[in-house]
Write a protein that binds this ligand. Structure first.
Ligand SMILES: Nc1nc2c(ncn2[C@@H]2O[C@H](COP(=O)(O)OP(=O)(O)OP(=O)(O)O)[C@@H](O)[C@H]2O)c(=O)[nH]1
Ligand SMILES: [Mg+2]
Length: 228
């Protein structure tokens, strides 16, 4: 399930909720004082990728979700960055390995390799730049081609909804595309913390139902009720 990553292109972000590992083994007597509780072994580990044009806000969506951080002067991602977050879904411990990719076309080959083995994706565009939405439609095909046979659950994400007054992508247009392509859809704002957790958690829950075949009766998985 985990993809291979070229070492020089991967930047490990911090763990948000794992025990801190000391490089030196503490003496026996110190263990009780210094050892953090071990994180629970996950029942499932899901690889999630975040893709989309440069500047749409992928890195800020991840840092908002994983660390509740936002950087208005963030630099373009070089290659791929990586963070994990553990959450409970239906009483199970689920670890999300979230791979934040560079929007710059130069990195397409490694991003394509990174998408292999992913079971979920955030396909992000910027609601103020229509071109990024058009490119997201092309990227969907690539994502589906790169995914393994088990398929990939895709969440279309229109980010920067705090800038709705200068939007160039109407909600209706994005929703129609999402419906036609069987995607889930949220508009988010990493800046204003709107829908970020909801969108990630919804994607993880959909992946969980899909991978485990445990969708509750009466839940069609339809995106009708999602937030815009
Ligand atoms: N107004 C607004 N700006 C945002 C939002 N999210 C990100 N930005 C800004 O958009 C710019 C680009 O954000 P990044 O998160 O670095 O974009 P990215 O998609 O990771 O870009 P690459 O790494 O180059 O692919 C930064 O100046 C962010 O502060 C948002 O929700 N609202
Ligand atoms: Mg980035």
């Amino acid at each position: 399930m985990e993809g291979e990553m070229p070492e020089d292109e991967a930047v490990g972000l911090e763990w948000d909720n794992s025990a801190v590992q000391s490089p030196e083994q503490p003496a026996e007597s110190e263990v009780a004082d210094y050892e953090s509780p071990a994180p629970p072994e996950p029942d499932h580990t899901f690889k999630i990728v975040i893709v989309g044009d440069s500047g749409v806000g992928k890195s800020n969506l991840l840092s908002r979700f994983a660390f509740n951080r936002y950087d208005s002067g963030s630099k373009p991602t070089i290659g791929i960055e990586f963070a994990t977050k553990t959450m409970k879904i239906e009483g199970k411990t689920i670890k999300a390995q979230i791979w934040d990719t560079a929007g710059d076309d130069r990195y397409r080959p490694i991003i394509s390799a990174c998408c292999r083995g992913a079971v979920g994706a955030f396909l992000v565009y910027d609601i103020t730049r229509h071109g990024t939405f058009e490119h997201a439609q092309n990227r969907l095909k690539e994502l589906q081609e790169d995914a393994d046979d088990q398929g990939i659950m895709v969440m279309l994400v229109g980010n920067k909804c705090d800038l709705s007054h200068i939007r160039t992508v109407p909600i209706r247009e994005a929703r129609d595309f999402a419906k036609k392509s069987s995607l889930h859809f949220f508009e988010t704002s990493a800046a204003d913390v709107k829908n970020v957790d909801d969108a990630f958690e919804r994607l993880m829950t959909e992946v969980y139902y899909s991978v485990t075949g445990t969708r509750p009766d009466g839940d069609s998985g339809s995106s009708e009720e999602e937030f815009y």
